[in-house]
Design a protein around this ligand. Structure first.
Ligand code: AMP
Ligand code: ZN
Ligand code: FE
Ligand code: FE
Length: 292
């Protein structure tokens, strides 16, 4: 009988360590996301909303109900140190005061920047009502896509794409850059909040030298498997991770928009999750050792 029981354990159990909910720009609520993960056969996931941890508690609770391990995470947008990257924080403590403060700052920063963009648009002859826009966006992260939609609604442009092409795109007349943490600051914040810092999708246009720059800044791991990484790119990133003794992760970067077929299909397995969990426990132990 024991051997029969062991059979399912021999099957490759898949995990997904990069997923978004509607607490950032995903479609599904954290609990619906966990249910979808369960239905697609995943045994562990990480909720990594952009610059937001609001959904973590709900996801962890849903994970307990459905028998899915849920890693509390975040994906921090960073700029500086010669890098324009996203940093995943895995196993973070969502109640950590520094992390809470960051999330609030980022939210306020987005509102302030949205207000500046709307001011620019007014000067350019496209007046919008900022308060109405902010009210419509509510708790969500106010971004250029919302402003583009408002411009379409007012009839100033025919499409969201035209709004970006003429006004809102990088370097266009109403473009205002966002202030972000530097990668070094993001790594410190993630570590302070008890998490592991993993460079997200390094295959998105980074050179090997830039990845190594991130390694020097103190990341703990590299995201090897990602839908935008070809096999060759993933292999190159894997080699960098092995060279530096870094953790290797992977995920679908699921948002729920046209990427449903990806769920449960990536070759990222339970062993990756276990390694991360052990690494996380080791960092916590060493913190305690230093403290005593
Ligand atoms: P934000 O976070 O406010 O800077 O907005 C970034 C989002 O705007 C991206 O995730 C895209 O969805 C969208 N976006 C940025 N640049 C363009 C562009 N040139 N054309 C269409 N959409 C864009
Ligand atoms: Zn996103
Ligand atoms: Fe990203
Ligand atoms: Fe992402």
């Amino acid at each position: 009988m024991a051997s029969v029981k062991e059979v399912p354990q021999l099957r490759k159990r898949r995990v997904d360590l990069h997923m978004h909910s509607n607490c950032s720009d995903g479609v599904y609520s954290p609990k619906d996301l966990v249910r979808k993960a369960k239905d697609s056969g995943l045994v562990a996931i990480a909720l990594t909303d952009h610059d937001e941890v609001r959904g973590v508690t709900e996801a962890v609770e849903a994970g307990k109900a459905h028998g899915v391990e849920v890693v509390p995470g975040i994906e921090i947008s960073c700029l500086g140190d010669g890098l324009d990257v996203h940093m995943l924080g895995l196993f973070i403590e969502p109640e950590h005061p520094g992390l809470r403060e960051y999330v609030r700052w980022y939210h306020d920063e987005r509102l302030a920047r949205g207000r500046k963009i709307v001011e620019r648009l007014r000067e350019l002859g496209y007046p919008l009502d900022f308060d109405e826009l902010a009210a419509r966006v509510g708790e969500a992260a106010l971004g250029r896509p919302h402003i583009a939609e408002a411009l379409v609604q007012e009839g100033y442009v025919a499409s969201v794409q035209e709004a970006f092409d003429r006004l809102l795109g990088d370097g266009k007349p109403a473009f205002v850059p966002k202030r972000k943490l530097t990668p070094a600051e993001a790594i410190s914040l993630i570590h302070a909040a008890g998490g592991l810092a993993v460079l997200a999708h390094p295959g998105d246009g980074l050179t090997v030298e830039q990845v190594e720059q991130a390694v020097r800044l103190g990341i703990d791991g590299l995201e090897v498997v990602h839908p935008r990484h070809s096999e060759e790119v993933a292999e190159r990133i894997r080699q960098i991770a092995r060279k530096h003794g870094l953790l290797e992760t992977g995920g679908s970067d699921f948002h729920g928009r046209g990427d449903e077929q990806l769920l449960g299909t990536l070759n990222v397995f339970w062993e990756s999750f276990e390694e991360l969990r052990l690494a996380h426990l080791r960092t916590r132990r060493s913190t305690l050792e230093v403290a005593t």
